[in-house]
Design a protein around this ligand. Structure first.
Ligand SMILES: Cc1cc2nc3c(=O)[nH]c(=O)nc-3n(C[C@H](O)[C@H](O)[C@H](O)COP(=O)(O)OP(=O)(O)OC[C@H]3O[C@@H](n4cnc5c(N)ncnc54)[C@H](O)[C@@H]3O)c2cc1C
Length: 255
């Protein structure tokens, strides 16, 4: 089947960490973008030698419905040194367009799941699918009283993407949603708004045990750095979670 491409026009950019940009676009063709939270877009472009290439970006948009015509399509892009897509996004002016396709992927909450708890685990921009899932999680909390633990790995407090939003969601749902930032290098200063009893010092995989993964109640989602995804996958299998209850999205470059 032919892939449908569409132009995305940049409408806003803000840095949400020293090397991560939150980018807002609108579809310039005026069409809606029907997506399921957890899915990603692909951005198509050319290297200097004219060879075509593409990169994938999870949709970060918080919507309790499809993205309607004229509504914002949001992604978070981690800038990597020497990266081809990084150069494309860094050089994109407001009003400029990129060539996109999608949405793609099955890293989504499944309507047939009847689990009692979600373990959502991410590093860096790998947390964006969980941001997009917040309205669905809120519905599931209201409908089925589910529990959610979000383990988010970042090196330092300034790299805790959307940390305020996840903390606000946790404060709104104190009995159902735990937000556990795991800092590998530097902890928030004592007394700062980020300092919280649920903050941990280390890598996300070091803290899985604390939440006693349980095959009878849990479905886990792993997203971001491939090494983290592999380490958590092994740890969750060892803890007894069957493979279908461990869903993965690895942020590998598709060059
Ligand atoms: C399904 C899927 C969803 C994704 N979603 C996102 C997303 O939401 N946000 C996002 O920022 N990225 C996401 N990625 C990764 C993204 O597609 C690109 O790989 C990334 O933006 C780097 O592209 P680039 O062209 O700038 O770098 P490239 O030209 O591909 O790589 C340049 C150099 O940087 C290294 N490199 C590549 N990625 C990283 C990294 N993350 N950290 C350190 N070094 C790196 C490469 O090994 C290479 O040496 C996703 C990937 C997949 C497969």
């Amino acid at each position: 089947m032919a892939i449908i491409h569409f132009p995305l026009k940049l409408t806003a950019r803000r840095m949400i960490a020293p090397t991560v940009a939150h980018l807002s676009f609108v579809r310039e063709d005026g069409q809606a973008l029907d997506f399921i939270p957890g899915q990603f877009l692909q951005v198509h472009f050319h290297y200097a030698d004219g060879t075509g290439t593409k990169r994938s970006y999870s949709l970060a948009t918080i919507h309790d419905h499809a993205i309607g015509a004229g509504e914002t399509v949001e992604i978070a892009v981690s800038y990597v040194a020497g990266g081809a897509a990084t150069a494309l996004f860094e050089g994109l002016d407001i009003g400029g367009t990129v060539d996109a396709s999608g949405p793609y992927g099955r890293f989504c909450l499944m309507p047939a799941d009847a689990n009692q708890r979600y373990l959502l685990i991410g590093t860096g921009t790998g947390v964006t699918p969980y941001r997009a899932m917040l309205p669905q999680l809120e519905q599931l909390i209201a409908q089925r009283g589910i529990q959610v633990v979000l383990l988010f790995g970042a090196r330092t407090p300034v790299e805790l993407l959307y940390g305020d939003e996840f903390r606000a969601f946790a404060n709104k749902h104190p009995d159902n949603f735990r937000f556990v930032p795991c800092f590998s290098r530097e902890l928030p200063a004592a007394g700062s708004p980020q300092a919280h009893a649920d903050v941990r010092h280390g890598y996300v995989q070091q803290f899985l045990q604390e939440f006693a993964p349980d095959a009878a109640s849990d479905i886990a989602y792993l997203c971001g750095n491939p090494n983290m995804v592999d380490a958590c996958f092994e740890a969750l299998k060892t803890a007894g979670l069957p493979v279908p209850q461990i869903r993965r999205e690895k942020y590998v470059s598709s060059k």
